[in-house]
Design a protein around this ligand. Sequence first.
Ligand SMILES: [Fe+2]
Length: 196
Amino acid sequence: MNSSHLEKIRPEDIAVAFGLTDVRLGERPVVRRHLADLRGCFADEAAFEAALAADNPLLYEVCAVEPADGDGQLHYGLGVLYPGKVGDEYSLTKGHLHSHRPAAEVYIGLAGEGAMLLEDETTGTSRLVPLGKGQIVYVPGHTAHRTVNTGSAPLVYIGVYPANAGHDYASIAERNFRKVILERDGEPVLLDRPTR
Ligand SMILES: [Fe+2]
């Protein structure tokens, strides 16, 4: 991973930048995932171990803002995913399904360059959808979603979801996504996950 040269943008800073200081994001807990937390997520295990032996960089930070529960309420999360690669695979989040499977989500790209890997749990089909500054992705229900940073700067985004969505990370940790997003000739491409 190579993110040492990058400016660190924190969710708290995003809140200031986008005029959201009224929700006092700076006082909210931020989840930080380092490379070691992503064991099992990347396709190239040898590259992962080599990268981890050298460093354990911060990969992403998420700040969930969940003001109220109940029917009709919305929650949202601010995410900052730092750039880098493990082997040919772009920096990524663990990804998840919603515990309440019908719950959809909208992601809005605020800065940087990236994409979302969407995998329909019902059909098993996958899509790669651009998520960069000014790009919006609708994640339907019953769809596993993972964010990848395909650029050289932090990818900053906000995800808005129903308050009752819940997060199911275990299902993805168990089987991972069927597809991987690798760099080929400088471009992100969607490929089948290599078999071991
Ligand atoms: Fe989600």
